[in-house]
Structure formats: C-alpha cells, structure tokens
Design a binder for this molecule. Sequence first.
Ligand SMILES: Cc1cc2nc3c(=O)[nH]c(=O)nc-3n(C[C@H](O)[C@H](O)[C@H](O)COP(=O)(O)OP(=O)(O)OC[C@H]3O[C@@H](n4cnc5c(N)ncnc54)[C@H](O)[C@@H]3O)c2cc1C
Length: 494
Amino acid sequence: MNALSPHYDVLVIGSGIGGLTTAALLAKTGRKVLVLEKNHLPGGCVSTYPRYGFRFEAGATTLMGFDRYQPMERLERDLGLKLTKTKLEIPMTVWLDGTKINRHENLNDWITEAENQFGSYAQRDFWELSYQVAADAWEISYSMPYFPPGNFKDWLHLAKPHNLRFLKSFPWLMKSTRDVLESFGLTRNERFMSFINQQMLIASQAYSDSTQFLVGAPVLTYTNSPNYYLNGGLIQLPDQLIGVIRQYGGAIHYRKEVSHIRKENDRFSLSCSDGSVYHSEKVISNSTIWNMAEIVEKEQCTYFKKLSDRFQFGWGAFIVNLGIKDRFGSLDNLHHQVIFKNPLPYLDSVSVFVSASDRKDTSRAPDGWRALNISTHDPHPQIWFGLTDEAYEARKKVIEDAILDRIKIMLPLKDEDIRIHFSATARSFDEWIGRKHGRVGGIPSDGLKTIFRMASPRTPMKNLYMVGDTTFPGQGISAVAQSGINTFLRIMGD
Ligand SMILES: Cc1cc2nc3c(=O)[nH]c(=O)nc-3n(C[C@H](O)[C@H](O)[C@H](O)COP(=O)(O)OP(=O)(O)OC[C@H]3O[C@@H](n4cnc5c(N)ncnc54)[C@H](O)[C@@H]3O)c2cc1C
C-alpha cells in the first residue's frame, strides 16, 4: 500500500465467520475496517463455491444458533442481517445398524424416538437434563464474553456478583458427559453409546469421555434448537457480514495472504505475499494458532509456538462432493449421519455426515439434480502431505469408493445417478484457506484441560487480537460467531 492508500483503523486477517463477525461489529461502531483475505471467496470453512454447474459447501453445512442467548440471534438483531433461511423439519437423521433415527427438534418427540430406539430406561431423564444444562450453557456463554480470560481484568469480569448465579452449573463443568451417562446407567447400552459418541464428534470433535457435560449437553441437543438451510448456500452468511462492513465504510480485499506482521512505534505493518503492505494501529487475526508463529516477529513467535505445543492434535476432514440425480426419498431430509461398524480405510473414522442442497434451491443444482457434501473426520491429516500426485489421487479414490459403498443404506447411488464427483482432503484446506497441516474444526475437546488452557483473544503484542475456532472452547459456526463477539467486546473494553 502506498502513501495515497486510505487509512484503516483496524486490519482483519481472514474472512472466516470469526473475523467477519468482529469486523462487522467494529465497523458498526464507526471504525474503518479492512479485511485481508487469502482466498478469492469469503467465509473460510463457511463458504460455497461453484463447480461444473453445481454449488458446493466448502466445509460446514448445518446452521443453528438462532434461539435465545445464542450468537446468531444476537448477530441478526445487532447487525440487521436478513438471512433467507428455511427451518428444517427434521434437523438430522442418523443411520445406525441399518435403522433410521430421526432427531426431531421438539424435545418430547425426540425423547419418544430415543425410547423407541434405545429402550425407555433413563432416556427421558437424561435428555431432559441435557436440554436444561444446554440452555444454562448458552446463557453462560452469552453473559460471560470475557471467556477465555487473558488477564486479571478478565478474571474480575468473570467474577462479577451477577455471574455468581452460574455457580449452580459448576458441577457440570467438572463432570464428563460419560460420567453423567454413567450416573444414569446408560453406558451399559453399547448401541446407545455408539450413537452418542458419533453425535458428539460432529460438534465437539471429541467423544463423551473427553467432553465436559457443560459443553456436551449443548452438543447433544444441537438438533433441539431450530436448524436452518440458507438459500444459495452458507456463503450467504459471510456475504451479509461483508455487506455490513461495507455499509459502514469498510472493505474486503481478496487474494491478500498476510505473510508477515511487524510492529513499530505502536503501528502494525502487514506484508502480503503479493508484495503489498498495509498499516494500522489494531490487528485482528482469524488465522489459526498453529499458523501464527510463522507470520509474527521472533519475539512473539515463542508465545504462539507454546500455544501450538499445548494443542498438538487437530482433526483433518475428508470430503466427497457429488452432483446427483434427485430421485432419492431419503434426501427429503437434508442432513444425515451414517454410522458404520468398521472404520474407513486410512481415516479410521466410523461415520460420515451427508448433506444435500434443498430440492427447491436451483441456485445450487440444476432442476432435477442435487449438490451433495459427504464429510468425515480425519485423525491423520499429515498423511496427505508429501505424496506424489498419483499416490494422492489413488488414496483419495480408495476412500471415496469406500464411502459411497457404506452410504448405500440411505443412498443407493448407481453410476448413472452421478454427474460429477471429486473430493477434498487436509491438503485442500491447507492450500485453499491456509489451515496449517489441514487441521480444521478447532481445538478438539480434551476435558477440563481444553477449557482452561485455551488462548485468550489477547496476545502479548498489544493491539493484536485473535479470533476463530482455535481461540474459543467450542466448535462450529455458532461458537466462532461467539468468539467474534467476545473479541469485539474485549477490544471495546480495552
Ligand atoms: C468439513 C467441515 C464441516 C463442518 N461442518 C460444520 C457444520 O455443519 N456446522 C457448523 O456450525 N460448523 C461446521 N464446521 C466448523 C466450522 O465451519 C468452522 O469451525 C468455522 O467456520 C471456522 O471459522 P473461523 O472463523 O475460525 O476460521 P476459517 O473458517 O478457517 O476462516 C479463516 C479465514 O482466514 C483466511 N486466512 C487464513 N490465513 C490467512 C492469511 N495469512 N492472510 C489472509 N487470510 C488468511 C482463510 O483463507 C479463511 O478465509 C465444519 C468444518 C469443516 C472443515
């Protein structure tokens, strides 16, 4: 950037939902905000891209968080977002041992389904408790924006007398979800536990023994809040946040990968890989904690290296994208989790998540066709790096074939049903949106450790803040939106 370039109060590195949320909220307060995005599209893991006449989701496919105390409701209200969204009648269907289980939104309907599937023993008590604890957890996260705490001032905020009412939830922070299931005598039901653990993986990136119940309860009752489909794809959300940034005088520049952050006399200089340089007094990074050590100066490097060492594991994702004929009744419901008995080759995962475009949404697929995303967790994202192109393609094919074979229970695809198919790996996420080692989905829950060792949005470099799924102890769009709100409030408080 040269001397004639406009001045910005805040530079935001990355246009994931975390970065855009903070950017839009700051823009609304009158700060001049510029977002620098590596990609040619916004949204990071929440984006929608065109391919061969279809539009596919880049990562996330499900959207909730519009209930009381939930962050999407707050963003819609505070930023005046007008999302074109359709409420899903059945938020999710799970396929277990050849049986179809509908996760109804209405709690009583869901409990009836759970009792039919897993026996009536203790199901009602467990789900009613989960629902209650989840409601409390959402209220706590709404009311405690200074979490995770970074300094004495944050701790003082958390300890305000008004927050003492949340002490009643403390026991649920100390118990794992498995401990609670055990107290109901439910861990003896192997089929139920297989269901629970695969459901937990979707939104907590961990199983019931590593997820505290205060986090596990909202994860398990995710489908008991309204879930939505966004017309045209989830990219509608980053697009609308960018609309707010522009409305208040801010901007986004695409294909700007920040490769170096330097601070001199209270002013930051951000260098991009195309040679451009931007300056401002405040910077917010939506990059991951694993990436930051590579772009800050030596003195700050130690801090981010320490953080990276603290959280050495992160899941990758393997995604199969398909354009298929619209002839399958099972796709009347848009989201499905299919659980298998045996692990997939290379990935060791025993479930996939299948999401379809809405039948009526012809912006995502031609009439009579549907765009399909099938994703699964990859515990070994490193296996995709350093391969020859042939070995890379061959490995992808083995997994793709195995996945298509395993989902026959809900989707018996024949060759003539498929117009196009291609897949994405950890390498795609690393190259496309710069997620180091292809790790996605945030920091997997690992009991109390994760919650209390999480990085604060503040960093040792004054006026450099972090936002996103590696700096907030929760996963998914709602969690990163909350992280965006918290980073915004922290900046305003400072
Ligand atoms: C396969 C998959 C399925 C998922 N499913 C769901 C789901 O159904 N529902 C749900 O709620 N959540 C889901 N998630 C999780 C959720 O999408 C993510 O946790 C969340 O969107 C992450 O947002 P973020 O703001 O932290 O960062 P990202 O989405 O990672 O965004 C970061 C942005 O910063 C840019 N960037 C990075 N480094 C630089 C740099 N140096 N310079 C400039 N720009 C940079 C990137 O290009 C990117 O656009 C899923 C994730 C994946 C991968």
